[in-house]
Design a protein around this ligand. Structure first.
Ligand SMILES: *[C@@H]1O[C@H](CO)[C@@H](O)[C@H](O)[C@H]1NC(C)=O
Ligand SMILES: *[C@@H]1O[C@H](CO)[C@@H](O)[C@H](O)[C@H]1NC(C)=O
Length: 536
């Protein structure tokens, strides 16, 4: 927040000569503006950073600029007019965590592995409902606390998961209090180590792996294959090396193990639908409330507050006007450094890429849109008057660096924005049609890319089409044109986010979420797609 204030102050302390020149120029432009139909177009890219960025308007009660608090209230009121999207979303039940571990156990047997090893993090959240912060609210520390999932074959031949833990002795009580879902409320099986012991050797000597040591007739210990452990992708390197140095064989994720989390349960699908539909609806609710003079950060704060108001957690949200949208992930903190005096046109595109969490699941959407032109000139004048005179030297939209977005743009640029908007939507439709079981991950990317290339903008589609989504915004499988080995399967959920980024001009991205079905077309999990530049 401090940094933002500084940036804000810097934006308003230009040398007087610059201000005078700008004022004169802006007066002419304002006259010109009032005689034209004012079509404001906006492209937003929003990244939700952190809860800390939340409450937006307290520092904005200054004479300059629009009434952000009013915009804020308008967005929240619109958003709250229909919150039925939240209804089908319920927290994941304890049984589902056990089922996930059983599915993992079967994948481990298929992969010829003795145990899966993971630390608190996203994967632990998936299998045991504990995130990294749940375990260590302070910071990740050096003492390993591990979950181990070991396949067990029952007499019936059924494979189920045995879950065990490795924890420092003094933390044992805290581990039991975490409430990790376990079978029939059974005691957790925890291997403990003292502070002066080697945790990995303790694990090797524990009951979990001891039975692997067979004894020869003559009493000599047999040579046996070392226990084989599959390392979760998030496990820290010193732990993997510690296990290997103690004699465990360590291997990476197998496709079978990855598939467990890639295929979403009906409960997960409803959570993804709720958080992604809600995030889109928040953008849609906010758009008609936007008024000239808002900065990128103010628009982001308005959206963040709307998302927080329904219990969503924020994690990465950014709003970008015009050519700032030509960087797919923005540049976030760099633009304020250098004033850019370019011409920005009165059809600024706004890219808006907000992300949120709800009950542990992630949204990842993007909307590129224009804001509505004023309904009639008189109401426009009223609105303009309401924030004069400060607005005189300002603009319809202000960047965070204070630069103007309202000088007239060429009709060619305006036409190109509309054209590109349509091409990206067409590319998104082509990809949506390719989300079929047994199609390759590459095929979906290629479907969208072909449309964009044929329209002559292949150079502007600089990233992959999308990725899996679940607890994390970015999960495997990844949709890029090289990933020909991975086949789509029913229950997988993906982002579909083609974009065209034209450096120095603007960028357009449309991003929605899809569920691959048993047969037929993929199901949209974002309520509805954008239908036009004025209807995101
Ligand atoms: C999972 O953890 C959350 C808190 O992080 C808790 O509210 C919820 O009840 C837990 N779920 C189960 C099934 O224990
Ligand atoms: C996908 O491929 C699998 C394995 O070849 C097959 O059993 C299944 O029927 C296919 N599904 C569809 C929808 O084509």
């Amino acid at each position: 927040m401090e940094f933002e204030k500084l940036q804000h102050a810097a934006a308003h302390s230009q040398p007087p000569d610059v201000s005078m020149a700008k004022l004169t120029k802006d007066r002419q432009q304002t006259t010109h503006r009032l005689t034209r139909a004012l079509l404001l177009s906006v492209v937003f890219l929003t990244f939700i950073w952190a809860l800390g960025n939340g409450v937006p308007f307290s520092s904005q009660q200054q004479s300059k600029g629009p009434d952000v608090a009013k915009v804020q209230q308008c967005a929240i009121d619109n958003f709250h007019s229909d919150l039925s999207f939240l209804d089908p979303a319920v927290p994941i039940k304890a049984d589902e965590f056990l089922e996930r571990r059983d599915r993992l156990a079967r994948a481990l047997v298929a992969s010829g592995v003795d145990a899966f090893v993971l630390e608190p993090g996203y994967t632990f959240q998936y299998y045991g409902n504990i995130s990294q912060v749940d375990w260590e609210p302070w910071e990740p520390e050096e003492r390993p606390f591990l979950m181990l999932v070991l396949p067990q074959t029952l007499e019936t031949g059924e494979v189920v998961a045995k879950t065990a833990f490795l924890a420092p002795h003094f933390e044992e009580g805290r581990v039991r209090m975490l409430g990790i879902p376990s079978r029939d409320g059974a005691e957790l099986d925890i291997v403990v180590w003292e502070e002066h012991w080697d945790p990995y050797a303790t694990l090797m000597e524990s009951h979990l792996f001891k039975q692997k040591k067979t004894t020869k007739e003559d009493g000599e210990e047999a040579t046996h294959a070392p226990p084989k452990l599959m390392m979760d992708e998030e496990i820290r390197d010193f732990i993997a090396r510690g296990l290997a140095a103690t004699g465990f064989e360590t291997v990476g994720l197998s496709p079978e193990a990855e598939l467990v989390r890639q295929i979403k349960s009906p409960a997960e699908v409803e959570l993804l639908r709720a958080v992604n539909t809600g995030t889109v609806m928040a953008v849609r609710a906010m758009r008609p409330c936007l008024v000239p003079g808002l900065t990128e950060d103010e628009v982001r704060d308005v959206l963040d507050a709307a998302l927080l108001s329904v219990g969503f957690g924020l994690f990465f949200d950014i709003v970008l006007f015009e050519e700032h949208g030509a960087l797919p992930h923005g540049g976030v903190r760099y633009w304020g450094d250098e004033a850019d005096g370019g011409e920005h046109g009165d059809n600024p595109i706004v890219d808006h890429l907000p992300r949120a969490h709800y009950l542990g699941y992630s949204s990842d959407i993007c909307r590129s849109f224009f804001i509505d032109p004023p309904k009639q000139q008189s109401s426009w004048l009223d609105r303009l008057n309401s924030f004069l005179p400060s607005c005189m030297g300002s603009s319809l939209f202000r960047r965070n660096d204070g630069t103007d977005l309202s000088s007239s743009s060429s009709p060619e640029l305006r036409a190109e924005k509309f054209k590109v908007w349509d091409i990206v939507l067409e590319a998104q439709s082509a990809a949506a049609a390719a989300f079929m079981p047994n199609h390759t991950a590459a095929g979906v990317d290629i479907a969208a890319r072909t449309i964009i290339e044929e329209a002559g903008y292949g150079y502007g589609f600089t990233h992959r089409l999308g990725h899996g989504i679940g607890i994390k915004a970015h999960e495997s499988p990844y949709l890029n044109k090289w990933n020909k080995k991975v086949l789509l399967q029913p229950g997988m959920t993906f982002t579909n986010e083609p974009g065209i980024y034209l450096e120095g001009k603007f960028g357009v991205r449309h991003e929605d979420i899809y569920l691959v079905k048993e047969e037929g077309e993929a199901e949209l999990l974002t309520g509805r797609r954008a239908t036009g530049p004025y209807d995101p």
